[in-house]
Design a protein around this ligand. Structure first.
Ligand code: SF4
Length: 333
């Protein structure tokens, strides 16, 4: 499969300003050197605890926050484009291809506008000239997300959370993107509604040949949805492989702990919960060596001094990446 996006050494560091003079006194290392390929047509899960940098990385993919270092390269029909070098006018064209669905649909639906008012906005920006055409497209979009066409003349507060999220998805798809970042897109919904919205996302992906980056803290959602999963900790990817491989052949101690927290009826899977001590350390002063060492039950002296690199292991897929000193037999680069 061809990559649609290639990230190399992407860093997003936010300055901390303090004092009357607002001098920079440090940096939040929200994303701290990420290499990642997103393949055309896949569902790539981006998982980790709150504060691990996954949402910032999703926004950096879309250039909603600009990387302070590194490259984000889009591979389209017309060749490669380096997104981090584009100015606002250049980015405008790319926003059509890359869209986002937020956890809270209120972020994309203005409560003062009807649904048509919110959904016609991107269409108008991207050249759909007549109101009649826009009403036709908005009606078709609403039907595509299993809503009635007449919903377009109602206001966001008249809909349930699940319905609003469907409308948020319709808005993201309105200008026919190729890649959609779903940022905790079902996390705020009841479990039964979550299943419906996930099914809808998968149906739309098939119909419209979409690529998804699916950001979530919930590893029970990603198992059946994602082709591959990247696990993030403190701004770095610590494990990346096929979804099935991640669940059946976990390599990284952090992933092991996350997976152990999923309630399972399946007795084949280890069900003993590994409780992670303490909180995620501050991304302002990350720990030396392996960033996970203060919470890792396997930590050795080397973990406190040396940063483990993301190395490749054979695994079942032949493409299993993990960053831990204690995993033996990496493949040669
Ligand atoms: Fe744990 Fe050391 Fe591996 Fe880090 S490198 S995950 S501290 S064993």
């Amino acid at each position: 499969n061809d990559p649609i996006l290639t990230l190399r050494d992407v860093q997003v560091h936010f300055p901390i300003k303090s004092g009357i003079l607002k001098r920079t006194s440090g940096h939040v290392r929200a994303v701290d050197g990420v290499d990642l390929d997103v393949y055309r047509g896949e569902v790539l899960g981006l998982v980790g605890e709150s504060g691990c940098g996954k949402t910032t990385l999703g926004k950096a993919i879309l250039q909603l926050v600009r990387a302070t270092n590194g490259t984000v390269t889009y591979q389209g029909d017309g060749g490669e484009t380096e997104l981090t070098t584009l100015d606002d006018a250049g980015l405008f064209a790319f926003r059509k291809r890359l869209q986002i669905v937020f956890q809270d649909p209120h972020s994309s639906l203005n409560p003062a506008f009807t649904i048509f008012g919110s959904l016609e906005d991107p269409l108008r920006h991207y050249g759909v000239k007549t109101r009649k055409e826009r009403r036709k497209i908005v009606g078709d979009l609403l039907e595509a997300v299993n809503m009635r066409r007449e919903s377009m003349d109602r206001y966001p507060h008249e809909f349930s959370g699940g319905q609003r999220q469907r409308i948020g998805i319709a808005r993201a798809l309105s200008i026919q993107p190729e890649l959609v970042v779903c940022d905790e897109a079902v996390s705020a919904l009841d479990v039964s509604i979550q299943a419906q919205v996930l099914q809808l996302l998968m149906d739309l992906k098939r119909e419209k040949n979409l690529t998804y980056v699916f950001i979530t803290h919930d590893l029970s959602v990603t198992e059946f949805l994602c082709d591959r999963i990247a696990v993030m900790y403190l701004g770095k990817i610590v494990e990346l492989c096929d979804a099935e491989e991640l669940y059946s052949n976990t390599l990284h101690p952090y992933t092991e702990a996350l997976l152990s927290a999923i309630p399972v009826a399946d007795l084949d899977r280890k069900s003993q919960r590994i409780v992670l001590e303490g909180d995620v350390p501050s991304p302002v002063n990350p720990p030396s060596g392996c960033p996970f060492h203060p919470r890792c039950r396997y930590a050795q002296p080397v973990c406190r001094t040396d940063v483990p690199q993301l190395r490749r292991y054979r695994g079942k897929s032949g493409q299993h990446l993990a960053a831990c000193h204690l995993i033996d037999h990496p493949l040669a680069d």
